[in-house]
Design a protein around this ligand. Structure first.
Ligand code: FES
Ligand code: FES
Length: 170
């Protein structure tokens, strides 16, 4: 007798182990759960924010093996072998990352909702070598939307870290 295929709403849960900020987390999740939802709802890491949930605003930006991704478009189950870094993992023993410190110095936020994504994207931008000019920063940070319009201060913070040659690596 032919076996019935499970419907989309009956997909079995999967066990995943995610490496986040240097620690391993285990979760049993629906295979359709995004990395963003896994971080926020299963691991309690709420730094990455949900803005559009469609890959268009950058609020959910995290790093996977040091490269920025929008976590709302990534399936958690596909990131088991990757090293994920969220904004919670940037500080070193309570000392803010140079990019976090620069955002504070330059008052590079208003409501702060976009800020974790902006900072993660900015850290990656420096590693990509794309923060050499104001225009480059504007272009390569264009995937991170700030509805408060804090762009000039955000760019100033990034340019300061880039020009000072601070060790902004992870
Ligand atoms: S919430 Fe992921 S890009 Fe907007
Ligand atoms: S600081 Fe409010 S959205 Fe950017």
């Amino acid at each position: 007798m032919r076996q019935e295929e499970p419907t989309a709403s009956e997909l079995p849960s999967v066990d995943v182990t995610l490496r986040v900020n240097g620690s391993s987390f285990h979760a049993r999740i629906d295979p359709r759960v995004t990395l963003l939802d896994a971080l926020r709802d299963h691991l309690g890491l709420t730094g990455a924010k949900k803005g559009c949930d469609q890959g268009a605003c950058g609020a959910c930006t995290v790093l996977a093996d040091g490269k920025r991704i929008v976590s709302c478009l990534a399936l958690a189950a596909q990131y088991e072998d990757r090293e994920i870094t969220t904004v919670e993992g940037l500080a070193d023993n309570g000392v803010p990352h140079p990019m976090q410190a620069a955002f504070t110095r330059h008052d590079a936020f208003q409501c702060g909702y976009c800020t974790p994504g902006q900072i993660m994207s900015a850290v990656s931008l420096l590693a990509e070598g794309r923060a050499g000019s104001e225009d480059d920063v504007r272009e390569f940070m264009s995937g991170n939307i700030c509805r408060c319009g804090a762009y000039p201060n955000i760019r100033a913070a990034i340019r300061e870290v880039a020009s000072e040659g601070d060790d902004a690596s992870l």
